[in-house]
Design a protein around this ligand. Structure first.
Ligand code: UDP
Length: 471
């Protein structure tokens, strides 16, 4: 288990974006939360420091909480390949998908408990009886009961789910129930994700937020986005490829390095190309191959290129399926016609510096003519929020938390059936042919994020939760 250091955010910058009334409300809520928590530490535990929405969200949430004087910390559990194989299985079944089809029974309970034993021993030396522990996602489920026995208040937050339960989700919840049932409170991103047996008075619905000043979302001019992508090796013939600086999460300044993006397809992306971009972990539920096929079938103009972008895949990770999914994408790309191949790019972004990776994601999202998120299931979908904040027109599946962000035709376009590749092609063509429509949707999208998905909203929701927990 290791701790991630989070520098306090300068919350004045955040509140500088808010109306007077909203700022005053935020200040009052923050003061109330400080008083309520007293000297307590709020611990967060999850499975990974980077890669994926939970790590992204924790960065923002903790920096803001620390910025308003709440002592909150972040621990990442150690895990093992066997442990992550089981937790990925759970992740899949809770989304209603079979995954590797393996067992979820007593033997798996034992593997999970054994893998978490050293982390729980570490926590026993850190967590005081009055502290609050926020455990994130199924990987942490078996920590609920042991941590409650220390006297801490334990909240289990689940970032995933499926709109309509099926036999597989039931299987996943049957595995989790004995592990989590004793928690003091539960947090979900959507009401539909809450299993029926859960005590409703313990359940809170909280949506994530983004940090408008992080390397991922900070303002970046068109020229700087192009310079970054040229320097990263992703745009051929960029006018002025050069290193740029960005602010790291620890508050220091980083500089981009050349060739941080690897185009596995070896093609060149001309700098004048219009880009359709999906950025995701290499997870089957993100349906990268479906996006590829829909794009190839759509017959879009020759200057439109598709970039399917994800993190480089290496080593032990909490996502053991990544390499296999990337290989599937590669083999589907091999099957495309040559002309299509020249306009479809599988891109892996270097992960050795998460802030530099975030800066590249920022540049890609800003340079995109259209951002796609054609997931088959989606807990919330931070990539959607990030693109909306950048006023990009987004085409995304009408599933999960995406439906809480996009209203079709108002601030983006929704695909009613995520498997309908023709609908994807039509939506892309519409946005590429109608720049005014695209710009209008993008501007409305930014307003939505401003209203609902900035850090003040997120902290206020937690303050409510602490209010019920610590009375
Ligand atoms: N992401 C990233 N680099 C990548 C791919 C994804 O930083 O190469 C980030 C992305 O910007 C977003 C998060 O990973 O912040 C994905 O969160 P989301 O909620 O969309 O999906 P999840 O991965 O949690 O299923």
């Amino acid at each position: 288990m290791h701790e991630i250091q989070i520098a306090p955010a300068d919350v004045d910058r955040l509140t500088g974006l808010l109306s007077r009334e909203r700022k005053d409300q935020f200040d009052a809520v923050a003061a109330g939360a400080r008083e309520l928590l007293g000297g307590r530490v709020v611990w967060n535990v999850n499975a990974t420091a980077h890669g994926g929405g939970v790590a992204e969200m924790l960065q923002t949430l903790l920096a803001n909480a620390r910025g308003v004087g709440i002592d909150t910390r972040w621990l990442v559990l150690s895990g093992s390949p066997e442990f992550f194989a089981i937790t990925k299985r759970l992740h899949n079944v809770l989304h209603g998908e079979p995954g590797d089809g393996g067992e979820l029974g007593a033997a798996e309970h034992a593997v999970v408990a054994e893998a978490l034993r050293p982390d729980l021993a570490d926590m026993a030396t850190l967590v005081k009886p009055d502290d609050v522990v926020l455990l994130h996602d199924p990987q942490t489920a078996a920590m609920v009961t042991p941590l409650r026995e220390t006297g801490a208040k334990v909240v289990w937050r689940c970032h995933i789910g499926r709109d309509t339960p099926n036999a597989l989700t039931d299987l996943g919840w049957a595995f989790l129930r004995p592990l989590i049932e004793a928690a003091d409170a539960f947090v979900f991103s959507r009401r539909n994700y809450v299993p029926r047996w859960m005590a409703s008075e313990k359940v809170h619905i909280i949506t994530p937020s983004i940090d408008p000043f992080s390397a991922k979302n900070a303002p970046l001019s068109d020229a700087d986005a192009e310079a970054t992508l040229g320097y990263a090796g992703l745009l051929g013939g960029a006018r002025d490829p050069r290193a740029l600086t960005f602010t790291k999460r620890n508050g220091t300044v980083g500089t981009t390095r050349p060739h941080r993006g690897l185009d596995l397809t070896g093609g060149t992306i001309p700098c004048e190309a219009r880009l359709v971009v999906q950025i995701s972990r290499w997870d089957r539920l993100k349906d990268m191959t479906g996006v590829m096929q829909g794009f190839a079938d759509a017959g879009l103009p020759g200057d439109v290129h598709l970039l399917l972008v994800g993190p480089e895949v290496s080593g032990v990770s909490d996502d053991p399926e990544g390499a296999g999914v990337l290989a599937e994408c590669r083999s589907r790309w091999d099957g495309l016609a040559r002309e299509e191949q020249s306009r479809v790019h599988l891109v892996c972004l270097s992960m050795d510096d998460v802030d530099e990776n975030a800066h590249l994601v920022n540049a890609l999202q800003r340079r995109a003519s259209v951002v796609v998120q054609k997931s088959l299931v989606e807990g919330f979908g931070l990539t959607v929020t990030e693109a909306m904040w950048k006023a990009r027109p987004v085409v995304a599946s009408a599933i999960g938390g995406i439906q809480d962000q996009i209203v079709d035709g108002e601030n983006g376009l929704l695909l009613e059936d995520p498997h309908d590749l023709d609908a994807l092609g039509r939506a892309l063509a519409r946005l590429l042919e109608q720049p005014d429509l695209a710009a209008g949707l993008g501007n409305a999208a930014r307003a939505t994020v401003h209203e609902r998905f900035l850090g003040d909203r997120h902290l206020e929701a937690y303050a409510d939760l602490f209010g019920t927990l610590l009375v």
